[in-house]
Design a protein around this ligand. Structure first.
Ligand code: NAD
Length: 361
């Protein structure tokens, strides 16, 4: 698979690792700052001999026109995802788009429409769906072991300090990044909505900027979600922990089973109990990870290659990316208006909330 990467910042080495581990032909990379490409390669799994022949670009349109690519992954700042994705899909090249897939419902709709129109594989990079623990929970759900769902919960309790936000101008800004729900917690929110049946009908949200007054958007968000199947779910997401990342946990409770996943990114099974097999234990599901990005990129990239070969949609497709974005924007909207939001969400964008925490609450 002839592959190229757009955006060579913090997360980019995970993309290169996933591409290498899947045996892709890494033909080109692009970053507007050429020096970032050197730094990224130095942090990557590639040896100098392996990355020397990779062609470098500072303009991704030029790269897309010059190279014969089969797959591109986009690891640009979040506000640039949609524009770049539409350029890639418009050239009928398969694409993996980092989360959030877009920053507005209008842009997410354009990506879904372009994916449908062209038939190329469009994947939203919610790699935690491939965590072994998450896959185990999902298998139990799909085989009906939970029975009727009562509720689910996600908590993302991480720490991000001033140095993190100072790394780049776009971080923490409503139009470019959003706050912790849009950036750090969207993976957990994606998992929660997916496990609770996707059909989200109502959202009650409260967000605050408690400690990070140098960013625009929220550093703590809480929400209650109501699903069409009767399940309710809660979200607690924050970067306000004093020192270190504590956990990303995901729980699901049904009439016949209870499961709690933990670790720093839903990468371990902490509790597993089903009425049909009370003695069942789940060992070996605690995946070791280098960082909170987890190990899922490699499996997600493999799935997209398989999807292309098998002419099917990726496991995490553009509609999934749209649903995760919609959930976050609905929480923002509810917090902003002080009222619950009924879905489907209209034409809402993260930038609509500019100035939110600068007004009197
Ligand atoms: N899936 C995950 O677990 C995960 C983890 C971290 C980040 N992310 C997402 O990945 C994206 C990138 O995050 P990051 O932390 O690597 O950001 P970053 O700021 O470290 O890197 C972005 C890179 O894009 C480059 N860039 C900016 N504009 C460009 C343009 N027009 N053309 C080419 N290159 C350009 C920058 O120079 C920079 O090197 C974000 O959307 C973020 O939310 C996802």
């Amino acid at each position: 698979m002839k592959y190229a990467l757009i955006g060579c910042g913090r997360v980019a080495p995970s993309h290169i690792k996933a591409a290498k581990e899947n045996g892709f032909d890494i033909v080109a990379v692009c970053d507007i700052v050429d020096g970032n490409i050197d730094e990224m390669f130095a942090r990557s799994v590639l040896t100098p001999q392996e990355y020397a022949p990779v062609r470098r670009y500072t303009d991704y349109r030029e790269m897309l026109d010059a190279e014969r690519l089969e797959l591109v992954s986009i690891a640009l700042p979040s506000y640039l995802h949609a524009e770049a994705a539409l350029e890639v899909i418009g050239r009928e090249i398969n694409v993996i788009i980092e989360k959030p897939m877009a920053m507005s419902m209008a842009d997410a709709d354009k990506i879904v429409e372009a994916a449908d129109r062209t038939g190329v594989a469009v994947c939203a990079c919610h790699q935690n769906r491939f965590n072994k623990a998450v896959q185990e929970m999902r298998a139990a759900l799909e085989s009906g072991r939970f029975g009727r769902l009562s509720h689910g919960a996600v908590t993302v309790r991480w720490s991000r300090d001033a140095a993190y936000y100072a790394q780049a101008d776009w971080r923490g800004k409503w139009a470019c990044d959003g706050g912790t729900l849009m950036n750090q917690c969207i993976h957990g929110i994606d998992l929660l909505r997916w496990m609770c049946g996707d059909e989200l009908v109502k959202v009650y949200g409260v967000t605050r900027r408690a400690f990070h007054d140098y960013i625009e958007a929220e550093d703590i968000g809480a929400a209650v979600l109501e699903f069409a199947n009767g399940a309710v779910a809660t979200v607690e997401g924050t970067v306000n922990l004093a020192d270190d990342d504590l956990e990303e946990h995901l729980s699901l409770f049904g009439e016949n089973g209870s499961v709690k996943l933990g670790g720093t990114s839903a990468n371990a099974i902490e509790y597993w109990h089903f009425k049909d097999a009370p003695q069942e234990t789940k060992d070996g599901f605690h995946e070791k990870t280098l960082n909170v990005y987890g190990n899922g990129h490699t499996s997600l990239f493999r799935d997209v290659a398989d999807a292309v070969a098998q002419h099917r949609a990726p496991y995490v497709d553009a509609r999934a990316g749209r649903r995760a974005l919609e959930t976050v924007l609905a929480i923002y909207q509810s917090s902003f208006t002080g009222r619950p939001v009924t879905l489907p969400l209209g034409d809402v964008a993260s930038k609509d909330f500019e100035g939110f925490f600068d007004r009197d609450l």
